[in-house]
Design a protein around this ligand. Structure first.
Ligand SMILES: Cc1cc2nc3c(=O)[nH]c(=O)nc-3n(C[C@H](O)[C@H](O)[C@H](O)COP(=O)(O)O)c2cc1C
Length: 208
């Protein structure tokens, strides 16, 4: 695929149990000016939408139709060895395709009614959905299915970020048109979540 930036493969083991990650998960709204590693970004994207074996991904999807896309907004010095800009995650290739260059964090924060966490975080994910993909089979139930899927993906992001010692925040309050325009997602894609991610200034709670 032309212009594809390949990501490191996912790790399938860590010192943090699923139970500990669930226990430690919090919404983090302050972020340090610290870049995150390419491995960490790759691991979080894999958790959000990565391909496993065959038709299986890290999250369930009604009918295996996979209506979600993940856009990655990387700030200046936000991710190790990766220029600032907006990228589309391509699960089947475990890679990123560059869509626009530049630091769009301030614009994205403004589109989310000035939420500073988005301006501060080194990277934000935008989860968008193509409802038509699911509607073709599930008609009037499609909208709820797509929203459930975004929830599955966002929770995986929270838990994976926590397991990596990073903070994340599920943001649902934003202007849809402004976020769609910044992301470069097509007309048929609705933004559902912005998830800023980064190192948190306070230690996340310890596991007892
Ligand atoms: C659908 C949804 C939308 C949310 N939107 C925002 C938001 O726009 N801004 C924000 O700061 N937090 C947002 N949150 C995070 C909640 O405020 C947070 O989960 C809640 O206060 C509980 O805190 P905790 O996640 O640390 O347990 C959202 C959470 C969900 C599930």
């Amino acid at each position: 695929m032309d212009g594809l930036v390949r990501l490191p493969g996912p790790k399938l083991d860590s010192d943090v149990s699923v139970e500990a990650a669930i226990f430690r998960r919090r919404s983090v709204r302050r972020f340090l000016k610290e870049e995150i590693s390419k491995e960490a970004l790759a691991q979080i994207l894999w958790a959000a939408q990565g391909v496993l074996i065959g038709e299986h991904r890290t999250v369930p999807s009604a009918g295996g139709l996979f209506p979600l896309e993940i856009w990655v907004v990387i700030g200046a010095d936000g991710v190790e060895a990766t220029g600032s800009g907006i990228y589309l995650y391509v699960p089947a290739e475990n890679g990123l395709i560059s869509r626009s260059r530049g630091d769009f964090r301030a614009a994205l924060a403004a589109a989310a009614f000035g939420q500073q966490s988005i301006a501060e975080a080194p990277v934000s994910l935008i989860i968008t959905a193509d409802y038509e993909r699911t509607k073709a089979r599930y008609r009037q139930r499609a909208e709820r299915y797509v929203h459930m899927e975004a929830g599955h993906a966002a929770q995986n992001v929270y838990l994976q970020a926590t397991a990596l010692g990073l903070g994340a925040l599920a943001v649902g309050a934003f202007d849809d048109d402004a976020v769609r325009e910044i992301s470069g997602a097509g007309e048929n894609h609705a933004p559902l979540y912005i998830i800023p991610i980064g190192s948190a200034p306070l230690n996340l709670p310890a596991v007892f």
